[in-house]
Design a protein around this ligand. Structure first.
Ligand SMILES: O=C(O)Cc1cc(O)ccc1O
Ligand SMILES: [Fe+2]
Length: 447
């Protein structure tokens, strides 16, 4: 068997450990095989692929997309995906929703939710624990997003998920998750994120206890790195810090279930073998992870509070120039040095709508009430800004250089107005006291 020496080699999933490492480089064309010789050399679909594998292409863009945007991978697998179940039956989608979905019974105002409690008692896994908070746009036409919260106290085991509606940006908040995917294994802990492209099959196992986190399901163009403009070629998120899995596969006979979300409906089929049977792959359409603490923030070094777009990690562009389908923005640890400036976010009404979460620490505009695992929604043009306490402190304190330490908040910012789901509208979940946080703001006007 001829092999290429530069290939990064994995193995069978049951033997896999994080020691397999990852392959760095955002959007690169990567090549990796779990068994020596699994990847054909110099061609994609030879008459007889090596090791008796089937060749299968997974495309993430139209064949004809410009080269710079074109995304596809070649998978060399034990059986082609057509063998991953026919006979899909529709099942109850539980708390999962897909746009368009108009269920909200909440007023259009500032909204905040307490963290979803970790499950105890009955087994809940990543799929059954996934609950949609908001949706916008329309999955069928590839516009908009859904935001979800997840909690789980059990591994998916032999339950697999295939989402044909959207790319999933997964933000762990409590405990690490292990993603076993067609492309290999990714382990991510709070502070890291994972992006699972549309159409990649995977399951999520627990690593160290019950999990909680957030998901942005992106119906639009795949996430990419934002332009840096005058910032230049460095800082913000650097391409080399994005990590792709090394090929790893499962090969067993036994009962498994594959769940497919397509057009907002959930389907299930039963299989006798794992759909994670890819022994080698090459291409630039694959899941990846990124440690948010690798983000190098660039900010105002003399005065004023800049727009939060300077902290964009990833963006899904839309056909409207400069206006994202969704931006993934973070508020990481950073120094504040601005003179004669109100340093926290200013009061504002944004045309883009903002779904926020807190991974750890304190968020400077809301030192109280917005807790790790919590969520807030400020829809298009709904006024918001610092709470009474944050305003009082920031407008009177002495402006020494100050480090915001041990904090990581984030925002899914979209050009579409987000509709809370029926689940999110449940008044037991909504923090109805949220708007009270501005009660104490007084008139200071004098002439
Ligand atoms: O509302 C928020 O807290 C997010 C936010 C932060 C910021 O620094 C500027 C604008 C903005 O919407
Ligand atoms: Fe905002």
């Amino acid at each position: 068997m001829k092999t290429e020496e530069h290939l990064i080699r994995g193995g069978r999933m049951e033997h896999a450990s994080p020691d397999y490492g990852y392959i760095p480089g955002f959007g690169n064309t990567h090549s990796t095989e779990a068994e020596a010789g699994a990847l054909p050399i110099g061609r994609n679909s030879p008459q007889k692929p090596p090791l008796g594998l089937y060749a299968e292409q997974l495309s993430g863009t139209a064949f004809t997309a410009p080269r710079a945007d074109n995304k596809r991978s070649w998978l060399y697998r034990i059986l082609p995906s057509v063998k991953h179940g026919t006979g899909f039956e529709e099942v109850d989608a539980g708390m999962l929703r897909t746009a368009p979905c108009r269920e909200s019974t909440l007023p259009s105002m500032q909204l905040r939710w307490q963290p979803v409690e970790l499950p105890s008692g009955e087994d809940v896994d990543f799929l059954s624990g996934l609950r949609t908070m908001t949706t916008c746009g329309n999955a069928a036409i590839g516009e908009g997003i859904a935001t979800h919260a997840y909690v789980a106290n059990a591994s998916m085991g032999r339950r697999y998920f295939h989402n044909a509606d959207g790319e999933m940006l997964i933000v762990p908040q409590e405990n690490s998750i292990k993603l076993l995917t067609e492309f290999g294994i990714i382990i991510a802990s709070p502070g890291e994120i994972v992006v699972m492209p549309k159409g990649v099959k995977f399951r999520v196992d627990l690593v160290e206890g019950p999990i909680r986190g957030y998901v942005c399901e992106n119906y639009g163009v795949a996430m990419t790195l934002p332009e840096r403009g005058p910032i230049g070629a460095n800082c913000l998120a650097n391409a080399r810090d994005f990590l792709y899995p090394v090929a790893a596969y499962e090969d067993f006979e036994g009962d498994c279930e594959l769940y497919l979300k397509a057009q907002g409906r959930l389907f299930r089929t039963r299989l006798r073998q794992s759909p994670l049977d890819v022994v080698g792959w090459h291409g630039n359409y694959a899941p990846y992870k990124y440690d948010l603490r690798r983000f190098s923030p660039v900010g105002a070094t003399l005065f004023d509070h800049p727009d939060p777009s300077i902290y964009t990690v990833l963006t899904s562009p839309s056909p409207v120039h400069g206006t994202a389908n969704v931006d993934f923005v973070i508020f990481p640890e950073r120094w504040l040095v601005m003179e004669d400036s109100f340093r926290p976010p200013w009061y504002h009404m944004n045309v883009m709508s903002e779904f926020m979460g807190l991974i750890y620490g304190v968020y400077d505009a809301k030192p109280g009430g917005f807790v790790p695992g919590g969520m807030s929604l400020h829809n298009s043009l709904i006024a918001h800004g610092p709470d009474t306490d944050a305003f009082a402190k920031a407008s009177t304190k002495s402006l020494e250089p100050e480090k915001l330490s041990g904090t990581m908040a984030f925002m899914f910012e979209t050009r579409f107005v987000q509709d809370p789901t029926a689940y999110a509208s449940n008044l037991e979940r909504v923090d109805t006291s949220y708007p009270d946080c501005w009660d104490g703001l007084k008139r200071n006007f004098r002439v």
